[in-house]
Design a protein around this ligand. Structure first.
Ligand SMILES: [Zn+2]
Length: 90
């Protein structure tokens, strides 16, 4: 399967709502400290999933999907040396 524009869906079981949050987590028993697993969450399930990870002490950060994708994009851009927004503007 090669979907050009996949809709990212909430990771909660049975939920088909498009995700708006990214929960970055790490299980120290399975993962190296810098490794990040991610779960996607809709508004409704953000708290539920955060708590699930939080009580296990796995949760590292919660960011909006837009911010997460922006961070991934700029990480890719870095490699290509593209210029970002002009800091001197204004
Ligand atoms: Zn959900």
């Amino acid at each position: 399967m090669n979907t050009a524009d996949p809709t990212l869906i909430c990771s909660a079981k049975g939920c088909r709502t498009p995700a708006v949050w990214v929960l970055a987590w790490n299980n120290p028993k399975l993962h190296t400290p810098e490794r990040r697993k991610t779960w996607l969450a809709c508004e409704e399930h953000r708290e539920y999933l955060s708590r699930f990870l939080g009580v296990r002490d796995f949760l590292k950060e919660v960011v909006t999907l837009a911010d997460w994708q922006e961070a991934q994009k700029s990480a890719e851009k870095d490699a290509e040396g593209e210029s970002g927004p002009d800091p001197a503007r204004g």
